[in-house]
Design a protein around this ligand. Structure first.
Ligand SMILES: Nc1nc2c(ncn2[C@@H]2O[C@H](COP(=O)(O)OP(=O)(O)OP(=O)(O)O)[C@@H](O)[C@H]2O)c(=O)[nH]1
Ligand SMILES: [Mg+2]
Length: 311
């Protein structure tokens, strides 16, 4: 069916079906997605954006499944975007998160969407920021995005979220891993989940010490302990505290401005890269063959190509 007759921005607030279709259009990308996003853009900026990241299995989805009803209880509408790790076999989205959040599924004030990362090399799926913008325009009060913090993605989430929650669990040396991966640097709230496990308190105090040694930060991230399935109150409070802090002066505006700049930069670079790869395809193969034959180093081949396609 042709979409040409559709208004630029359908009734996203009143019609959940229309919203779901609009999200799919945005995910598909291209001109149609951009028309929609241009129309949605001026309605964005109202939603509070919370990002949850952390190692696989730390309890991000479980926390959200408890936090979302809490927010609903406060009268807030909530959009959830879960970015699944792409499967090397199918590239499709894993639906686990969806099922776990089924409790909220019957509620019209909650919208849950799984987005496949589809191998967007080293970064968040390109569509994720756009989907968040669309949900923002649709009037949701709070937007939550869950990503697995294992690679580049954590840096991207900092550009998207007003508040980044890094979720760790006392298992498998999460604390040390997180520090190595640079996760602590982007954390606005540190959430030690699985507080029912014996080592949780130790991990929490280790993290406190890391922050104490880490020098002055304008915002010292609170370390909170949660039990994903039932006790998320401390996380809720920490989110409130960070929101209050962001509300002072023009901190929130400044953070969002920097985030937009970063998004723009990434989109620009990935477009240019796509374009160049397309143009340089044959030459790349030829250079690779020469490298393989032992003629020149990879470095020299890359420099040569870069110079050739510079303009
Ligand atoms: N004991 C205990 N188990 C928990 C707690 N929170 C979550 N879990 C369990 O930990 C496992 C992983 O939880 P998820 O919520 O799927 O973790 P996740 O961080 O979303 O995992 P990925 O999406 O794969 O990165 C599940 O079996 C949960 O039931 C908790 O507070 N205590
Ligand atoms: Mg999950």
């Amino acid at each position: 069916m042709s979409e040409a007759g559709l208004p630029p921005l359908p009734d996203l607030e009143g019609d959940r079906g229309a919203l779901a279709r609009a999200v799919s259009r945005v995910e598909a990308g291209g001109d149609e997605a951009r028309t929609l996003l241009d129309a949605a853009w001026k309605k964005t900026g109202r939603a509070r954006r919370i990002g949850l990241t952390g190692p696989p299995g730390a309890g991000k989805s479980t926390l959200l499944a408890t936090l979302v009803p809490l927010l609903r209880g406060e009268g807030k509408t909530v959009g959830v975007v879960a970015v699944d790790p792409s499967s090397p076999y199918t590239g499709g989205a894993l639906l686990g998160d969806r099922h776990r959040m089924a409790r909220s599924a019957a509620d019209d004030g909650v919208f849950v969407r799984s987005v496949a990362s589809r191998g967007a090399a080293g970064g968040l799926a390109r569509a994720v920021p756009a989907v968040l913008d669309l949900l923002d325009a649709a009037g949701f009060d709070v937007l939550c995005v869950e990503t697995v913090g294992v690679g580049q993605t954590e840096m991207d989430i900092a550009a998207l979220a007003d508040t980044v929650v890094v979720v760790l669990s006392p298992e498998s040396g999460d604390g040390v891993q997180a520090m190595k991966a640079g996760l602590l640097e982007i954390a606005d709230v540190l959430c030690v989940n699985k507080a029912d496990r014996p080592d949780a308190a130790t991990l929490a105090s280790e993290l406190e010490q890391m922050f104490d040694r880490g020098g002055e930060r304008a915002w010292r991230p609170p370390v909170v302990c949660t039990e994903g399935r039932r006790e998320v109150g401390p996380l809720r409070e920490a989110l409130e505290a960070h929101a209050a802090w962001l509300g002072q002066d023009d901190r929130l505006q400044e953070r969002r401005r920097r985030g937009l700049e970063q998004r723009l930069q990434r989109l620009f670079v990935s477009r240019v890269a796509d374009h160049l790869l397309e143009r340089a395809g044959e030459r790349l193969k030829a250079e690779a063959a020469e490298v393989a034959a032992g003629g020149i180093s990879v470095e020299t081949a890359a420099a040569r190509l870069a110079k050739e396609f510079e303009a």
